[in-house]
Design a protein around this ligand. Structure first.
Ligand SMILES: [Fe+2]
Length: 451
């Protein structure tokens, strides 16, 4: 029996097409069903369905909706259940959540924003988390399976069974083949394994940094899911809790990066964010925090939080704008799309404020100024150069640097040292983009003595 990525349950062609588009974008295995009964009849054909997508856009009694959700939860207990509805009161949403829905989005969010892309990519593809082969130790018997990503058919293949012994041949083979993956549900076991087996003293700091990176990444993604979720209005406390996790893990990650000889390598090879749109934020935050601490520009934790949240407004962008962003085709945006894209720092701040995240004034400005330039040709507000925060410019610099470092899943990553050198040269030669004082400072870390 196989696992299905996405079951689309709707009688509407338009609804199904929207979901199928997301499915093809992320190469999900999808099945469509015209009714809930049709799905329930066939649900036993699958070992698991990662996500059930229900169309409740047509007005119907909340009792019918909760009835369907109860059955769905029973027949598919491990699935993420995403509900799309036209209008629901707070009480009705609470009832739907209690009946088994994992999240509810409005019809408008479904068609006009890129939330379906983010939520579905998170709950389906992020079932697998990349880990480093070099953190595995020969002769040990991990208590979790390991997977390999096959770029050709874009599927995950199990290559190691629970409680088998790791052999030298296996480790050699996969250290040449790129990252391995564990299932998200095995992450705790992986953390336990890596803290129990420290390969060599010199590897300990690297391993610790990777662990901290993963923790920050997990908290950030949970925060992003929550911040963009309007179906659970009474969760301000949860938002605060996740935010304080992000603060703590940012500080932890930074202190372990500062212990490393080459933090650039760890961040650029961190393998976060190959899916979707905002997932590179932890890497940008890590670069920016490291540079802020080393160059003494602002408070490193504030810079990291600003970098994490600066693009959270991407989730409000329309599917066409988001698709062009994801595939690096911003130059193909028409005037209207460009205007929408250029508002995203404002969307980001508004989303955080709507969730009452306790942001300092500095963090708010870092978010708002994350695309501003000294020649006032940035966006969205174009303040005078003397009003620009160096911290915000640092975040943009790291975001641009990271854009150039990104390798796609299954492909070899570009060499970060070469990218740093090229980036520094381009920034020095370009007038009006960054503050020249900041670039001179930045070069002291972008261009280390080895060049
Ligand atoms: Fe941005």
């Amino acid at each position: 029996m196989r696992t299905l990525d996405l079951a689309i349950i709707s009688e509407s062609n338009v609804f199904r097409q929207r979901a199928e588009l997301v499915g093809s974008l992320f190469t999900f295995e999808c099945m469509t069903y015209p009714s809930d009964e049709a799905f329930f009849m066939e649900s036993n054909l699958f070992k698991n369905v990662s996500c059930l997508l229900f169309d409740f856009c047509k007005p119907q009694d909340i009792k019918d909706i909760t009835g369907t959700l109860h059955v769905a939860r029973q027949v598919s207990p491990a699935s993420y259940i995403l509900v799309v509805c036209n209008k629901m009161s707070t009480e009705e949403m609470d009832m739907a959540i209690s009946a088994g829905a994992s999240r509810i989005i409005t019809q408008q969010e479904y068609y006009d924003s890129s939330k379906p892309e983010f939520v579905l990519s998170q709950v389906i593809k992020s079932v697998f988390v990349p880990v480093k082969t070099m953190d595995l130790v020969e002769g040990t018997t991990p208590t979790f399976p390991l997977y390999h990503f096959m770029p050709l058919n874009r599927r995950f293949l199990k290559v190691f069974n629970t409680n088998s012994m790791l052999t030298k041949d296996f480790l050699t083979k996969f250290s040449n083949a790129g990252d391995l993956y564990v299932q998200r549900e095995s992450l705790d076991l992986w953390q336990e394994y890596t803290s129990g087996y420290v390969a060599k003293d010199s590897a300990e700091a690297l391993q610790k940094s990777r662990q901290k990176f993963r923790q920050l990444n997990e908290s950030f993604l949970s925060l992003a899911l929550l911040v963009s979720d309007r179906s659970t209005p009474a969760t301000f406390a949860k938002g605060k809790e996740l935010y304080s996790h992000c603060e703590k893990f940012s500080a932890d990650l930074l202190s372990s990066l500062l212990d490393l000889e080459d933090p650039w390598y760890i961040i650029s090879s961190s393998a976060v964010g190959d899916y979707g749109s905002i997932e590179r934020a932890p890497a940008v935050a890590a670069y920016a925090g490291f540079m802020s601490a080393t160059l003494k520009v602002g408070s490193p934790t504030e810079v990291m939080i600003g970098a994490l949240l600066a693009d959270i407004g991407y989730l409000e962008l329309s599917p066409s704008v988001a698709a062009k962003l994801r595939t690096n085709r911003t130059h193909e945006m028409n005037a209207e799309e460009r205007m929408e894209y250029q508002k995203h720092p404002i969307f980001s701040l508004n989303q955080c404020l709507a969730r009452r995240l306790p942001l300092s004034n500095n963090i708010k400005e870092i978010i708002l100024q994350s695309h501003e330039r000294v020649d006032q040709k940035g966006f969205p507000r174009r303040p005078r150069a003397d009003k620009l925060l160096e911290e915000a410019m640092l975040v943009r610099l790291c975001w641009e640097l990271d854009q150039q470092c990104q390798g796609r899943m299954g492909e070899r990553k570009p060499d970060i040292r070469e990218i740093r050198r090229q980036f520094s040269r381009a920034a020095m030669n370009e007038v009006g983009n960054y503050n020249p004082r900041l670039i001179v400072k930045a070069n002291s870390v972008l261009l280390p003595a080895v060049f």
